[in-house]
Design a binder for this molecule. Structure first.
Ligand code: GLN
Length: 482
């Protein structure tokens, strides 16, 4: 199978139907390649070949019996290690959960497998999804397949590298403030964050519950549409999943984007934006213009509050969510503590890495009485202003186009000692998350040095169909390589 590294979902479908390969061969190829080459980029934390093979057997049996195949039949899938996979370790890249074996499947995992997707490995990530470079994993960093001395982005760096490095045609990540879009842009693949509530969070280990969403990394926008149709939709197990019908996203890829109104927010092109990134996005906008889109400059006036607002809210929620790792539940406990308090503090002190600890401390602080009004409540108020910026904007535009990150992938170690500088990586993705909108990163050329650049398309709540149609038309018109 010499073309394994570039396979798409539709190519797999075709290969299965014309007998070029079986699902079993695909599953074996996925595992053996990823295991053999994992030292290159460190994209995976562990593998679950039995699980992939069991799904493969089912797909091959259906194929032989002439039964209809699921939308993801025979597609090897990597899953970020913050998503529950029954019977398989789910570590959140944390020492604290090093030996934790999930005892149920996340809804997305169940839906993927039902559609014939073959989950074969768990992808490396930043500890509890906190980070922008994948350097916060307790089990070592991930390298960017496009430039191995550079970071793949984070926190879903392993999921992005799994697709970019050719190990999996599809992976799942999670995005709280940019963790799908930013690594997708750094690695040169497609990464989609759905509207908050579009995809069930049941079985996603909580970081900041009002922001977390699960979404795919893929090679083409068409594959993103296929995948989203499988995982989207109401789930009775997640009360925040919306009862909004999920359309057939693939059927909506008509390439007809003439007259679509695109807003370009001036705040996203201000100081701090790398000139080469700016150049690529401007070239991308030309492609959209050529397709008949109406491009206009607009404003999202509260953009500058993104980083402050996000880091108050996400740390507050994280401090509450991570309180459950107390040494009593979830496997890890320090040896022979003398008192209960010592058991709690030592277990957590040893189990959590520096960034997670920093966020728990910050989050506890902003929620404490006396500071709550000044920080947490204020941040919630600003969040409402940010959301209303987008609401107003979507009265006059159908989509907003911006860079994903102000700079391309940086070198390993370059920003790790300066958390504030690291936090700026997500300056263009945070507000879309705070507003609960959907956003996708699509490849948009490379810098002179060959580093991938991503273009972000943001749409209103539950308007993924418009976003995918625009992204697909952009891809068909050669936008990925401008
Ligand atoms: N990089 C951001 C953070 O560190 C976003 C993380 C995410 O989306 N999970 O919080």
């Amino acid at each position: 199978m010499d073309n394994y590294k570039t396979l798409t979902i539709s190519a797999i479908r075709q290969g299965l139907s014309n007998g070029s390969f079986s699902a079993k061969e695909l599953a074996q190829q996925a595992v053996s390649l990823a295991e053999a080459e994992n030292d290159l980029y460190g994209a995976f934390l562990h593998f679950c070949p039995e699980r992939a093979l069991a799904t493969a057997e089912r797909v091959d049996a259906d194929l032989a019996a002439g039964k209809p195949l699921g939308a993801l039949a025979g597609v090897p899938v990597a899953v970020k290690d913050v998503i529950m996979t029954k019977g398989v370790r789910t570590t959140c890249a944390s020492r604290l959960l090093e030996n934790y074996v999930a005892h149920y499947d996340a809804t997305v995992v169940a839906r993927l497998e039902q559609a014939g997707g073959m989950i074969f490995g768990k992808a490396n990530c930043d500890e509890f999804a906190m980070g922008s470079s994948n350097e916060n994993s307790a089990f070592g960093p991930v390298r960017n397949p496009a430039a191995p001395d550079r970071v793949p982005g984070g926190s879903s760096g392993g999921s992005a590298a799994a697709v970019a490095g050719g190990f999996a045609p599809v992976s799942l990540g999670s995005d709280t403030g940019g963790s799908i879009r930013q690594p997708a842009s750094f690695c040169g693949v497609v990464g989609l964050k759905p509207t908050y509530g579009r995809v069930s969070r049941y079985g996603l280990v909580a970081f900041a519950s009002s922001l977390d969403s699960i979404g795919p990394f893929v090679r083409t926008v068409k594959d993103a549409a296929t995948l989203l149709s499988v995982i989207a939709g109401r789930d009775p197990l997640d009360s925040t999943s919306a009862a909004v019908e999920a359309p057939n996203y693939s059927a909506g890829l008509t390439a007809d984007v003439k007259g679509l109104r695109i807003g370009v927010p001036k705040e996203y092109f201000a100081a701090g934006l790398d000139p080469e990134v700016r150049g690529r996005i401007e070239a991308g906008l030309k492609v959209l213009e050529g397709l008949g889109c109406e491009i206009s400059e607009m404003s999202l006036p509260h953009t500058e509050y993104a980083v402050a607002t996000y880091y108050l809210i996400c740390t507050a929620e994280a401090s509450a969510n991570l309180a459950r790792y107390d040494g009593v539940r979830y496997t890890r406990r320090v040896d022979e503590p003398e008192t209960l308090d010592e058991m709690y503090s030592k277990t957590r002190g040893e189990g959590f890495g520096a960034e997670v600890t920093r966020r728990i401390i910050l989050g506890t602080y902003v929620l404490s009485s006396g500071y709550y009004d000044a920080y947490y409540r204020k941040a919630q108020q600003v969040r409402t202003l940010i959301a209303s910026d987008f609401k107003k904007a979507f009265e006059t535009v159908d989509a907003i186009v911006t860079p994903v990150s102000p700079f391309p992938a940086f070198k390993l170690g370059e920003k790790i000692s300066d958390p504030l500088d690291m936090y700026l990586s997500d300056i263009y993705t945070l507000n879309c998350s705070l507003a609960g909108n959907t956003g996708v990163s699509v490849p948009c050329g490379k810098t002179a040095e060959g580093l991938p650049v991503g273009m972000q398309i943001i749409c209103d709540h539950f308007q993924e169909a418009t976003m995918l149609k625009l992204g697909d038309a952009f891809e068909q018109a050669g936008g990925f390589t401008v």
